[in-house]
Design a protein around this ligand. Structure first.
Ligand code: NZQ
Ligand code: ZN
Length: 385
């Protein structure tokens, strides 16, 4: 196992009715800015619950944060923070609203040009306004990690950043608020959490038995419960387990002390920057193709994945690897997600643009060995046409 330094300061308030508890975790004298997205939180009654919980606090609201949140919108929220002298940010929504919340909290407390937060991937951040979250879409893990991804539509760039100052102080996880998710978002969430787990697990072995065992349990849970959430949307235990699985998939625990990949994510971000394809769908396109392409360096872990996640034990090694990759692709399809580039209107010319984007954004040494260059990404994408 590699050395690691692990600390996760986010308090989790989990379960039915827990939105009411935020009143005890936002400082009594705080001036709060409640952030939300395109209106789902209003329609589903989540915002009403938040307003009730904050009835003894001073708070303002800022709605309209887009999926794949936009830099320009986030800067408008920063202006509101300055105008209203806000001291606490509360992001109510999915990964997009929470990611925007992280950027807004850091940018509002940053003296330079906020674009530098993204060009330095967060290393210039030295402080941020404290913020909490109410999660409405289990998927990204943003509710319990320090990372975020912001899109600058004018520059055609979707860039990640992270900072130890960007952990939420608390996150409310009430599985009942996920009953209203459309099937498309349920599927996106399951596939995103699946790929987060794979990117920290399916690399090369370092005798990290706890991390591997946790990761395999998360993957098997997603495989079992993902389709169930589509069939029986109001099943509390299914929703609760999915919600906790998605959080655990990217809160630092399974990634501590192990090599990490993230090539699928970085290639996927370029696809979204190109045509706004849902984040999880880009991953469902890239991952099976990348696993096939990288089957030599990932060989030992692919065989472990085949055995411990899919129960594939018969046949020669190459056959087992083929079967595990095919099972992965079929799982994404069973969740209703298409896995070829052509399904999203992408052909050869767009692959050129994706490869150029990787180059321009410095994504030139991807994967657990840092050897996946843009030209390797081209080969991976061409195999997914
Ligand atoms: O905008 P509203 O109206 O709120 O609707 C949203 C949005 O249209 C809707 N929704 C959310 N909760 C709902 C609901 N609809 C009904 N009922 C509910 N309870 O769902 C739509 C998608 O929401 P979004 O927040 O965009 O989805 P997701 O949580 O999948 O977040 C995706 C973003 O997170 C980034 C992605 O790149 C993408 O920008 N990621 C963030 C990561 C992180 N911070 O660690 C890691 C991930 O790999 C990912 O890159
Ligand atoms: Zn993701």
């Amino acid at each position: 196992m590699k050395n690691f330094n692990f600390r996760n300061p986010t308090r989790i308030l989990f379960g039915k009715g827990t939105i009411a508890d935020i009143k005890d975790h936002v400082p009594a004298d705080a001036r709060v800015l409640v952030l939300y997205g395109g209106g789902s939180a209003e329609r589903t009654g989540v915002l009403a619950q938040v307003r009730d919980a904050l009835s003894a606090h001073t708070f303002y609201e800022f709605g309209g944060i887009e999926p794949n949140p936009r830099y320009a919108t986030a800067l408008k929220a920063v202006e509101t923070i300055r105008e209203k002298d806000v001291t606490f940010v509360l992001a109510v929504g999915g990964g997009s609203v929470i990611d925007a919340g992280k950027f807004i909290a850091a940018a509002a407390d940053y003296d330079g040009d906020p674009w530098e937060i993204l060009t330095t991937r967060g290393s210039v951040i030295t402080r941020a306004i404290p913020f909490g979250t109410v999660l409405t879409l289990p998927a990204t893990g943003s509710e319990m990690n320090s990372g975020a991804v912001i899109t600058n539509a004018e520059k055609g760039a979707k860039l990640p950043f992270s900072s130890p100052h960007c952990y939420p102080t608390f996150s409310v996880l009430d599985p009942e608020v996920t009953y209203t998710l459309p099937p498309r978002q349920v599927a996106n969430g399951v596939v995103d959490a699946f790929v987060h787990t794979v990117e920290q697990y399916l690399t090369y072995p370092v005798s990290a038995f706890v991390q591997d065992g946790f990761a395999e349990t998360l993957l098997r849970t997603l495989i079992e419960l993902g389709p169930k959430a589509l069939e029986t949307p109001d099943d509390y235990d299914t929703r609760a387990n999915l919600m906790w699985t998605a959080t655990m998939a990217l809160n630092g625990l399974i990634g501590a002390g192990v090599p990490q990949d993230w090539a699928t994510h970085m290639i996927g971000h370029e696809i979204t920057a190109l045509n706004d394809t849902d984040h999880a769908r880009t991953l469902a396109i890239v991952l099976p193709s990348l696993l096939n392409d990288q089957r030599v360096p990932k060989r030992e872990k692919l065989l472990q994945y085949a055995r411990n996640v899919w129960g594939i034990v018969d046949g020669g090694e190459e056959d087992r690897i083929d079967a595990a990759i095919e099972a992965t692709r079929e799982f994404f399809q069973r969740m209703g997600i298409k896995t070829q580039l052509r399904d999203y209107g992408i052909a050869e010319p767009e692959i050129d643009q994706i490869v150029t984007g990787l180059q321009e954004h410095g994504m030139t040494a991807l994967g657990e060995y840092g050897v996946i260059a843009p030209e390797d990404a081209r080969r991976i994408l061409e195999a997914a046409l």
